[in-house]
Design a protein around this ligand. Structure first.
Ligand SMILES: [Zn+2]
Length: 349
């Protein structure tokens, strides 16, 4: 046994916890992640399925959908495994207020990290060790993001099985070999594993989207993952190309006037173009004339592509030099600092 996470086998202990509100469930978990196994009805004839939610404490859609599902105490023909992630972050300073806490690492960046120097890394390692003994067929990890995006599924692998699983979750699929110690990457050698981004958190319609995806994933007894048939053609498939950050020394905000304290004012509402197109010449922000490009753009091999993508005009407009498809464009200074301003993807089909 481990004290790193709560472990539930079946509904016995879980049932009374599930009677409360979503927030009551979190409180009952006592600040720890929870790993749940719901035994299947066909005693091991079918391979198990795995769900994760709340790896980021502010991303409630998947968690609410999963808890709502479990309240009906369903059993499936396969063992269902559920991980509820950063409960501490979700219950500190109100509900779902933090992606992760200042004294924590990002819970979706610690999977398969060799140096188990923190409690969270040890927890991730212990969960992976337990799952290594499970014959998993497929895994879906539920997330939200901070900008205006359509729902989309991320797969780190271009195998037909992974693409098929991703396109069963969402009509937009992003192929992203991110190498960031995410849960889905750590599970990938074991089974197709995708992350499902359900749009902004704290919205009833996005919880409903997560619930519908959950239903599809659990009710489709033949996921078709072992066939070589390509994924359904209706899926829009994108591949990740570049990551755009704001240089760390640059003081910036979204919208408004350039004041003495600011080096960069970003054009607001560009997140409306996520998975769409921003044309060459689009002004993504403005700076004082004579300022160098305040952004840093890297390809997936970490080569600098800043000058290829951006320039500053004589008047101080920060403009795109080529047409790009932005994804995950954020709208908050905090998220832009913690992760990045946006990524650039390319449509594959
Ligand atoms: Zn997330």
């Amino acid at each position: 046994m481990t004290d790193l996470y709560r472990r539930f086998d079946g509904y016995d202990e879980l049932k009374s916890i599930l009677e409360g509100s979503d927030e009551d469930v979190l409180v009952a978990l006592g600040g720890k992640p929870a790993l749940v196994r719901i035994p299947g009805t066909t005693s091991g004839e079918r391979r198990a399925r795995f769900l994760a939610c709340l790896l980021h404490g502010n991303e409630d859609s998947g968690f609410r959908a999963v808890v709502d599902l479990l309240r009906g105490t369903p059993h499936f023909p396969f063992d269902l495994w559920v991980l509820i992630g950063n409960v501490r972050a979700a219950t500190t300073d109100g509900w779902f207020a933090h992606r992760y806490l200042d004294d924590q690492e990002d819970f979706n960046r610690v999977w398969g990290v060799e140096q188990r120097t923190t409690r969270m890394r040890r927890c991730a390692a212990a969960v992976l060790t337990e799952l290594a003994g499970v014959d998993l067929e497929a895994a879906v990890d539920f997330h939200n993001n901070t900008g205006d995006n359509p729902a989309y599924a991320i797969t780190p692998s271009a195998t037909q099985a992974s693409l098929r699983l991703a396109s069963s979750c969402a009509g937009t699929v992003l192929l992203w070999r991110l190498r960031a110690h995410t849960l889905m990457e750590a599970l990938q050698p074991q089974c197709p594993a995708v992350a499902l981004e359900c749009g902004l958190p704290q919205r009833a319609e996005h919880t409903a989207f997560a619930a519908a995806a959950l239903q599809r994933f659990l009710s489709d007894l033949d996921l078709g993952l072992d066939t070589d048939h390509p994924a359904p053609g209706a899926t829009r498939l994108y591949e990740m190309r570049y990551r755009v950050t704001i240089r760390p020394e640059v003081a910036f905000t979204f919208g408004g006037a350039l004041t003495g304290e600011l080096d960069l004012v970003l054009t607001p509402a560009l997140d409306g173009a996520n998975f769409g197109m921003l044309l060459a010449g689009t002004e993504v922000g403005h700076v004082a004339p004579g300022t160098a490009v305040p952004l840093d753009a890297r390809d997936m091999r970490d080569a600098d592509v800043t000058e290829r993508l951006f320039s500053v005009t004589d008047e101080g407009a920060l403009v795109l030099r080529e047409d790009v498809t932005p994804v995950m464009m954020t709208t908050t200074v905090r998220q832009a600092r913690r992760d990045c301003l946006f990524y650039v993807a390319r449509r594959r089909r």
